[in-house]
Unconditional design. Structure first.
Length: 274
């Protein structure tokens, strides 16, 4: 049950048949882990906090720079020089003190990622290098935690939903392969990015997160679906990612996967997600 003040705060959600009171209770009981608090993580945190997610784990080992302010809307000039995780928690405390937040300023890799995903119902990855993304994906598969991966560059964005711990669904490694385990990739500093693309992509990722957490009320979770956002056209299209039977992240699992996570509606019957 939600307290009276929470009922009032989330009234516009509750009147939606696709969410309702039951869906809002699910959101209040959810634990979402957000990797990266930059251009993607900013709108993700804004809208998941606004949606009433009950528990958040926020990890980013960077500090706020003046050049971040063009797209990282969590921060203001007074945050420059301070750690992003600390600044994000400060914003969250001012926005909704009822949300339980844990922060970390460590680097996500094959060693730290398992602890980061442990206990989460959903992980959202907005990190800026493939090594971290693959480490997070592998940890999610091992722990049986679904993953939303979001990325931006120039005028393009992408958001993919992965559940590689399920027998017929791909993981992020199935999508990009093993060649990107090294930490060499293009950055926004090299290629540039339209600030509003971060907002569009991160907001879409937050909406997909709500879809996953209240499924099947908002429809299927769309596992293995990659949404491509084009800011110049503008347009959006989707493509299906196939599971790689030889994937070293999810190809050799024994199914069905045993997970300690709460059962999300969309995870209970993977056949519905074809």
């Amino acid at each position: 049950m939600l307290a009276p003040d929470r009922l009032d705060r989330f009234a516009r959600h509750i009147v939606l048949p696709q969410i309702g009171g039951a869906g809002q209770v699910l959101l209040a009981g959810a634990h979402v882990a957000i990797a990266g608090l930059g251009g993607i993580g900013s709108p993700v945190l804004h809208y998941l906090a606004a949606a009433g997610i009950g528990r958040l784990t926020l990890v980013d080992n960077g500090a706020v720079e003046a050049s971040n302010l063009q797209r990282q809307t969590l921060y203001t000039e007074r945050d420059v020089g301070h750690g992003k995780a600390v600044a994000a928690r400060r914003w969250l405390a001012g926005f909704d003190s009822a949300i339980n937040a844990e922060i970390g300023d460590y680097r996500l890799d094959q060693v730290t990622a398992p602890g980061f995903v442990a206990g989460a119902d959903l992980v959202i990855d907005g990190t800026d290098n493939f090594a971290a993304r693959l480490a997070i994906s592998d940890a999610c598969v091992a722990a049986g935690v679904p993953l939303l991966s979001a990325a931006i560059g120039r005028f393009q964005g992408q958001v993919g939903a992965f559940a590689g711990h399920l027998a017929n669904e791909p993981c992020y490694r199935c999508f990009v392969g093993d060649a990107f385990d090294a930490e060499d990739c293009d950055t926004c500093a090299d290629d540039g990015v339209l600030g509003a693309m971060a907002g569009w992509t991160g907001s879409f990722a937050a909406m997909q997160a709500v879809r996953v957490l209240v499924a099947p009320q908002m429809g299927e979770a769309q596992w293995g679906r990659l949404h491509l956002l084009d800011g110049l056209a503008p347009a959006m299209r989707a493509m299906r990612i196939s599971k790689d039977s030889a994937c070293k992240g999810c190809g050799n699992l024994v199914y069905p996967h045993t997970s300690s996570q709460r059962k999300l509606g969309s995870l209970s019957d993977p056949a519905d997600n074809a």
